[in-house]
Design a protein around this ligand. Sequence first.
Ligand SMILES: C[S@@+](CC[C@H](N)C(=O)[O-])C[C@H]1O[C@@H](n2cnc3c(N)ncnc32)[C@H](O)[C@@H]1O
Length: 266
Amino acid sequence: MAESQSQSQDKASGGKLYVVGIGPGSVEQLTLKARDVILNADYVLGNSTYLDQMESLLGTQEVIRSFMGKEVERARKAVELAKNANVVMVSGGDTNVYGMAGIVLEVAEHESLDVDIEILPGVTAVLAGASILGAPVVTDFAVISLSDLLTPWEVIEKRLNMAADADFVIGLYNPKSRKRKSNFARAIEIIRKYKADSVPVGLVKNAMRGEEEDQIVTTLGEVMEYEDWVDMSTAILIGNGESRIWKSPKKDIIITPRGYHKKYDY
Ligand SMILES: C[S@@+](CC[C@H](N)C(=O)[O-])C[C@H]1O[C@@H](n2cnc3c(N)ncnc32)[C@H](O)[C@@H]1O
């Protein structure tokens, strides 16, 4: 059945709620399915920054703008509207990665919402950043947010210690905000207890947001030289003990070998 047909049926049967990951930035990073449900929605809700990113898709839908810190209110509104309409809640990157999927489902559960809910994945920031940096991940990796707004700092420190001790490649989200200036420095201090100073580090700001995108390739020993450069739009990737920097003729590229070199000649 064509998507638009199934959506008009959903509408007739009392609405549908989509929580949609819109990817890291520009509209071409959306999945085709995400694009389709956004175009066919009655209501689109989201943080204003993310709605701005996909402005070219907004026209016929009713758009409800919200702001950082208003996630619970926004989730309640989406659940309420979904009782009678096709509703899309947009979330930057992937909605399961520090995104809106969790709070929307919690509110829906609390209200015993009896409409279909569909969560659509998107490209998350550390993976968008990884592609810009080269191949820094490829093997086991851990993702840690440095925001202590909803997670106690002691828990974050424990996760940093354990991920670094196990030599995971580490992706850091929410390295800084206006109120949290020192969390990034503290995280690097912890990770340096376990990983060598030579380990590659990639910093990517505004990944896949056109001309705003910027990147730095450095090492764990030197990353604090770029502390002032890091902001709330930056994702960070810290390699494992085997990661290296290829100084290619075009740019510095991070490679984390998966282990093929141990089995094959190439
Ligand atoms: C609340 S988290 C949301 C993550 C999002 N759900 C995702 O999957 O990418 C916000 C953090 O994600 C990172 N981030 C989001 N988009 C980014 C981008 N385009 N470039 C670099 N970092 C980004 C930053 O670390 C930012 O502080």
